[in-house]
Design a protein around this ligand. Structure first.
Ligand code: UDX
Length: 463
């Protein structure tokens, strides 16, 4: 048995996989985690990356890194209009990426032969490049299967008028209407992203969906027990091999791919708090709020009388450096009950015994990290896949309390107490602990994620 395992590892050595992450924090983390997982399975790893938001190669001495020059204008690098940024990136990366990839493949005699290319799903142009170079392309979709199912139904949603209803901010009753084609979503859960030109958004989604259909395999940072129904539904439309091998970060921490430095004071502050007493608050790396919303969040937290750890990322409030909008004396008034940082070691924070709840925007990584640590959520989605993730967390898995897009201090205060202090929060905790157990089982040898990873390794070796 052992000898067989050894010979499998030997067999796997000698093949190289090239990975191309999308340069946004929520996408870089899972792609580099996947790279580490494949490295541990015996593959050699090459990362191609943009200059914009480039990862730090010194954190990965065993990988080889190749940067491409996408030449973004300064006005183009903002994440305030993500769709514009992604559209420009897909356009500007074609030539430098193709040149870089062609060079890497032709270097074959010095290095191990390249087995395949793995790119983020958003890099739709990469399918044509891979086809031209006759290299199999596997796609990593970094978000939930449920949200991809919704994106892949966009054409139908557009034709049936659902998208117009959501964008025009119709009456509450219209927004509450179920999307019969995509249960359990309501009109307001459709994952739209506001951008200055809606056509760019629809074109991007349509290209991502059609080029994903043309790829040689699809990897998910999710696990079967969580999204089995959605996986089965999606598979009907995407008859390609699927590999739900998540959660990736259970194999390795994301700290090494963090673009911002994580403030270690979070942990020493948490060490002084009572078990399950703290509300951890973070809206990820892209969400922005205005000054009024920022102040509602601050007062909601203060008035809840619950201890809190709040990540205020520089740029969370555009045009403001950091905490300037807080009223004078606000921090002193908290008397140590609140701790505010620019960026936290999130996975360590969520695993800390003092954390009792997570007020999140439901980016997929945050949602999954919360499930992994059994922490119930306050779900406050802002755009895109977050809307779907929040609906599933609150309505399907019933491990979170859904807040609407508006930030209102009284509502916030009540929600924080419901999750951290009241029986309702305790029930959510029990349900999320049950999910956590299922997730841990999926990673064991007979588990679904473990088995999917074995299939993925075989699939790559078959090229
Ligand atoms: C983006 C999209 O907004 C999200 O909807 C999509 O699912 C992925 O891409 P982001 O908003 O950054 O991601 O959220 P999320 O997916 O939650 O990823 C954030 C990552 O940053 C997580 O891995 C989290 O652990 C990490 N993080 C966050 C930190 O390390 N420190 C922090 O203080 C906050």
């Amino acid at each position: 048995m052992e000898r067989q395992k050894e010979s499998n590892v030997q067999q796997k050595k000698g093949r190289r996989v090239i990975l191309f992450p999308l340069p946004l924090q929520g996408h870089i983390n899972p792609m580099l985690q996947l790279a580490s997982i494949l490295y541990s399975k015996g593959f050699s790893i090459t990362i191609i990356h943009t200059n914009f938001n480039s990862p730090n190669p010194s954190n990965y001495p065993h990988f080889s890194f190749n940067s491409i020059s996408e030449s973004l204008w300064e006005s183009e690098v903002s994440t305030e209009d993500t769709i514009s940024l992604l559209t420009v990136l897909n356009d500007k990366c074609v030539v430098p990426f193709q040149d870089c990839l062609a060079k890497l493949i032709s270097n074959g005699d010095q290095e191990e032969p390249v087995a395949c290319l793995i790119t983020d799903a958003i890099w739709h142009f990469a399918q044509t490049v891979a086809d031209t170079l006759r290299l199999p392309r596997i796609v990593l979709r970094t978000s939930s299967i449920s949200s991809f199912l919704a994106f892949s139904a966009f054409q139908i949603l557009l034709e049936k008028g659902y998208l117009a209803e959501q964008v025009s901010f119709s009456s509450d009753s219209q927004l509450e209407k179920p999307v019969t084609e995509l249960p359990p979503l309501r009109v307001k859960d459709i994952p739209i992203i506001v951008t200055h030109d809606t056509r760019n958004f629809h074109q991007l989604i349509s290209a991502v969906v059609s080029k994903t259909k043309a790829c040689s395999g699809l990897i998910w940072n999710s696990f079967e027990d969580l999204e089995q129904t959605e996986l089965t539904r999606l598979h009907k439309d995407f008859p390609i091999p699927m590999f739900p091998i998540g959660p990736f970060h259970k194999y390795c921490l994301a700290s090494s791919s963090s673009l911002l430095s994580q403030d270690p004071s979070c942990i020493s502050w948490l060490d002084k708090q009572a078990a399950k007493s703290v509300m951890y608050v973070s809206f990820g790396s892209i969400v922005i709020v205005n000054v009024t919303e920022f102040l509602e969040i601050a007062w909601g937290l203060a008035n809840s009388r619950v201890p809190f750890l709040w990540v205020v990322r520089p740029g969370l409030v555009p045009g403001v450096e950091w905490l300037e909008p807080l009223p004078k004396g606000f921090l002193e008034m908290l008397d140590g009950r609140g701790h505010i940082v620019k960026w936290a070691p999130q996975q360590e924070v969520l695993a800390h015994p003092a954390v009792g709840g997570f007020w999140t925007h439901n980016g997929w990584n945050s949602t999954l990290e919360s499930i992994c640590e059994g922490v119930p959520m306050i779900c406050q989605p802002c755009f895109g896949d977050q809307l779907v993730n929040a609906r599933y967390a609150s309505h399907v898995w019933r491990v979170g309390l859904h807040l609407e897009r508006k930030f209102e201090r009284r509502e916030i205060e009540t929600a924080i107490r419901r999750v951290t202090v009241e029986a309702e929060g305790q029930e959510m905790r029990e349900r999320i602990m049950h999910l956590k157990e299922k997730l841990e089982l999926s990673l064991l040898e007979a588990g679904s994620s473990y088995q999917s990873l074995e299939r993925l390794v075989d699939h790559i070796l078959s090229f």
